[in-house]
Design a protein. Sequence first.
Length: 393
Amino acid sequence: MKIGVVVHGPHIVDSGYAKKIIELLGNYGEVKARLGGTMGRTAVYDAHMEQTIDISTKRLPSASVDKFAQEECDVVFLINYGKSSVTGHAFGYKVFKRSEYKPPLIQIERPGESDGSVIPWRKSVMELAQEVAGVMELKIIKPDSIMREIFLKGSDCGHRTSYKDPIKAKTYRKLVGVSPDENIFVNGIVVGRSTSEEVIIVAQNGIITDMKGGILKEHGVEKLGPLNLDTAIVKTGLLRRSKVKPRVAETKKSNKLKSKDFPETETLTIAFLNHAAEDVYLLKDADFVVTVGDDTTLVAADILYRFNVPIIGITDGDIDKVVESGFKTPGSMIIELESGWDDIIGSKIFSELFNRQETLEIENIENFKKEILQIINNTAARYCIKEKEIVEV
């Protein structure tokens, strides 16, 4: 039997269950695993599992499911460790719904918890799902139960997770499994914080305008820009809940970084990253990365720490707790500006130093840092410089 495994999220890897499940499924046939989503990539790398789980391509979970269907797998397993059974089941439903091919799909959800479950999304795989559930001592949950659990609860959206008001050109999207005081991410950007367990995001003409049951973060909405709320990727809580020891690669940069500086005679590649931390893996070969935004800086610094890449972070203190803790490479510099100035200064740096290009070649990093500070000094913004090796939030 040809088995595809879609691994979603960091916690299924951090918990050790990704490895256990892949080994278990090896008893049933030939197994191939790949990541679905983006935030699990760091966890796979930390666990030394990049040879087992393919993290080379960025795909949505449903796209990873469809990729296995195209490769003619007999069955696809979706393995996830949601923060609650409700969020995990809702996630599985959306993945199956968005899959174009709808292959025989079995979801393994929260395997280390008392409410852990196995869901056969197609009747044809019920027997295999029951056998795997028995071995793992998990209960079987049928898709109709999930529909009742999630989508038939009373709310402004009725039985639907989203609906449109064509007269007012508004779209409403209900979130499930939310707890009070959690970040609400839309396409990787924090756009608000929950104040209740019932949260509905409202968009008008493609722009988020309101958050019922939460507090809208206007700055995040501005960064996000127009979107299709129906198909947007929405997450709640922390991007990575586990406290882990990061795996740091031994690279050519390692010896240079021990002195916290680079030789003045060597040409360095500086990359620019603006509010898009989930694409940071593309920058792991850079010598330095300029990051704009508090959350982008925190996440990018944490990921790039594993590849010995220091960052120059342009922030304004408007930080949300998006990971349990974060690290940054020695030699990094965080510039904290007055509130609202990070985007302005970031735009100036991108225009005046990078000439609106994504990368820049320089010969002296200290001179480059001085040029950045000069740009700030030419404005009315006040700032302070932070240089700690570990960023804790």
